[in-house]
Write a protein that binds this ligand. Structure first.
Ligand code: S3P
Length: 442
């Protein structure tokens, strides 16, 4: 899980991308599959689990707390849960690597168990704010000691029984919402989260699917999500749909590289996740949805993406929660559009695996793209479809999405772009570069 040996990679201008790719399992759903299966009573089976480092960090942590987890084939995993309330005292620190989702959601689980856990992470994760989960979980009774600034390493001492709360999210964050709901699983009474702005709803869908008593009401204060503890979860057979956040790279790559036609199979299109495809449609991208179906309770389709001239847009700020991880690659798309695109209202980008506004300003700027940085977003002036100058070395800053977005940019650049370290890609998309070569016919 360490990224101690940087893996530089040089990306040169590409011929047309052609073919069919199947994207790996959704990262958010994969984390939740392991956590909820681990809390069910009995054996769950997961198909299509993302076998990236972040999800493996969740699996390792759940094992440390007494859950039996076995891999029985490619993406096929079996989990023998210990039941809600049954997590055991971990005998060692929980090593979270690069994964904010593992950290924040597991902190929620532990907050209402009678156990204490210490969380550690890599240099990127150790800079990220944990105050956003510390606040509500402390209100529920957990005793949390973090490093200065509310960072890792952090020790969570759970409270049992914990106190149910009603909590209005101060930031649009599915991780914070999920941490509170997961803490609510083992908390007697009704724990309520109010989200003024809707964020990805996988936790709600999956908790209900595992048999928790959970309701969602739209109100004028936002979505009110109530979970009743102490819950009993029933084991499930889960099929994880493909990750739209991984599909995003191929959708943009096929849109900007002339002559491309790529079919991206099995793309999760939950409306709380599909904002990038809406934005690309607004820019004039040629994306056709085929064979819409339901996989694991989530809407899924195959996408056929053909090269198309893109036009600059003002990205609607209300799309932000449904494409929060896709801004780096959206900025790349904007770099090839005709005109100046403006994205505001995306302040959360500053606290991801890197400060993604600053990282993309540095990366695209070094490649000769004209940009304007705002506190909450970016303006990008596009080439109108011509290659960008390129010819720079990009710092990926332990951020998988910066590495993959700039790889896509390099596919249509006059001079090669070097990514200083492509190793972080393994956190969410271990087969990314192999798939790129397939699409290039190599
Ligand atoms: C995630 C929520 C989002 C997203 C992250 C995964 C989740 O984070 O950026 O990659 O699985 O709940 P925030 O909750 O910080 O917005």
């Amino acid at each position: 899980m360490s990224h101690s040996a940087p893996q530089p990679i040089e990306i040169s201008a590409s011929d047309a991308l052609k073919g069919r790719v199947t994207v790996p399992g959704d990262k958010s759903i994969s984390h939740r599959s392991l956590m909820l299966s681990g809390l069910a009573v009995g054996e769950s089976r997961i198909e299509g689990l993302l076998e990236g480092e972040d999800v493996l960090a969740t699996a390792a942590a759940m094992r440390t707390m007494g859950v039996t987890i076995e891999r029985s084939g490619d993406g096929i995993w079996r989990v023998w849960g210990v039941g809600v309330g049954g997590l055991l005292q971990p005998g060692q620190a929980l090593e979270m690597g690069n994964s904010g989702t593992s950290t924040r959601l597991l902190a929620g689980l532990i907050a209402s168990h009678p156990i204490t856990a210490t969380f550690t992470g890599d240099a990127s994760l150790s800079k990220r704010p944990m105050g956003r989960v510390i606040e509500p979980l402390s209100l529920m009774g957990a005793d949390i000691t973090a490093s200065p600034g509310g960072r890792l390493p952090m020790m969570v001492r759970g409270m049992n029984p914990a106190v149910p709360i009603e909590y209005t999210l101060p930031v649009a964050s599915a991780q914070v919402k999920s941490a509170v709901l997961l803490a609510g699983l083992n908390t007697p009474g009704i724990t309520r989260v109010i989200e003024p702005v809707a964020t990805r709803d996988h936790s709600e869908r999956m908790l209900a699917g595992f048999g928790a008593t959970l309701t969602v009401e739209p109100t004028n204060r936002g979505r009110v999500i109530s979970i009743t503890g102490e819950a009993e979860l029933k084991p499930q057979d889960i099929v994880v749909p493909g990750d739209p956040s991984s599909a995003a790279f191929w959708a943009v790559a096929a849109s900007i590289v002339p002559g491309s036609e790529v079919t991206i199979a099995n793309v999760g299109l939950n409306p709380t996740r599909a904002g990038l495809f809406t934005a690309l449609h607004m820019m004039g991208a040629d994306i056709t949805e085929v064979d819409p179906r339901t996989v694991g309770g989530e809407p899924v389709a195959d996408l056929i993406v053909r090269h198309a001239p893109l036009t600059a847009i003002d990205v609607p700020p209300d799309l932000a929660p449904s494409m929060i991880d896709e801004y780096p690659v959206l900025f790349v798309a904007a770099a090839f559009a005709q005109g100046r695109s403006v994205a505001r209202g995306a302040h959360e980008l500053r606290v991801k695996e890197s400060d993604r506004i600053a990282a993309m300003v540095a990366a695209l700027g070094a490649c000769g793209v004209v940009l304007e940085e705002f506190e909450d977003g970016l303006a990008v002036t596009g080439t109108g479809g011509d290659p960008i100058p390129g010819g720079a070395t990009i710092a990926s800053l332990l951020d998988h999405r910066i590495a993959m977005a700039m790889t896509v940019a390099g596919l249509h650049a006059k001079a090669p772009i070097t990514i200083d370290d492509a190793a972080p890609v393994a956190t969410s998309y271990p087969t990314f570069f192999a798939t790129l070569e397939e699409l290039q016919g190599k």
